[in-house]
Design a binder for this molecule. Sequence first.
Ligand code: FAD
Length: 283
Amino acid sequence: MTKPQFSFEFFPTKTDEGVEKLCNTFDTLNELAPSYFSVTYGAGGTTRKRTLGIVETLQARSNTPIAPHISCIGDDKSEIAELLDFYKSIDINRMVALRGDLPSGQVGMGELPFAVDLVRFIREHSGDHFHIEVAAYPEMHPQAKSFDADIQNLVNKFEAGANSAITQFFYNAESYLYLRDALNKRGVDLDQHKLVAGIMPITNSSSLIRFADSCGADIPRFIRKQLADYGDDRKAIREFGFEVVHRLCEVLISEGVPALHFYSMNRVEPNKRLVESLGLSNS
Ligand code: FAD
């Protein structure tokens, strides 16, 4: 069995204190020698300044690659071109390209309405400079016309120049395997276009359920029920969450998943514990 690669996702913090804390988290997780860290971006430029600042700070902190997320909905090509040029100027060479969701109150999709348009634009503007990851949905994107159309959208993103895809989080391994096999049947070379499993550790009940509902990710009944039973017992939730996510990763690893991308929520634990107990650490 080959050891999968792994990476961590951060979101931009709001305060100087938050940045300092994030740098400490980065240093600890970086000791595990991940392939890269990614930093999310608020669609419509809502976190533009903060995302750029954190990307620059982390990029200067070690040799581990930093991959900023970039979104296109509501933005002009010129704004995106500026971002691409800035990232290139500070030696960023990979990014996660997304459509994003319109911030409330904002109307108009902009010049690049879908992620496939953004991928095409990045290739036109920056050539092969960036390794481009895109989003994939094992349980279907909530706005997709059909499951089939959503899978075709992912194929289109690869054909437009995306290198690999990171999935939305899921707790049902079968949904990942189904998507992987569906891509295979459509002739996607999965050695070339890796399907990276997005892993959301479980540390909290209400915010996880709220988030899952908003992005169309399923929380299986056995998990919802157990989380409800634990009520405010955060320690019990953390232990149960660790067990469930560890088992999910084990199944994915036994199936040959090429890489795991942890939605770290800017925390050391349980991410470090998961990586270590799965034997993924490269340090
Ligand atoms: P797309 O691939 O463009 O797909 C969006 C929807 O449109 C899908 O339903 C697709 O089937 C449909 N579609 C595509 N083309 C067409 C067409 N021509 N006509 C009609 N329908 C079409 N959001 C952020 O704001 N910031 C982030 O940093 C961020 N990071 C993320 C990281 C990951 C790994 C994932 C999985 C999601 C992330 N998101 C982020 C959320 C993402 O922006 C949303 O899920 C968004 O709704 C869709 O983005 P996308 O890139 O998948 O869009």
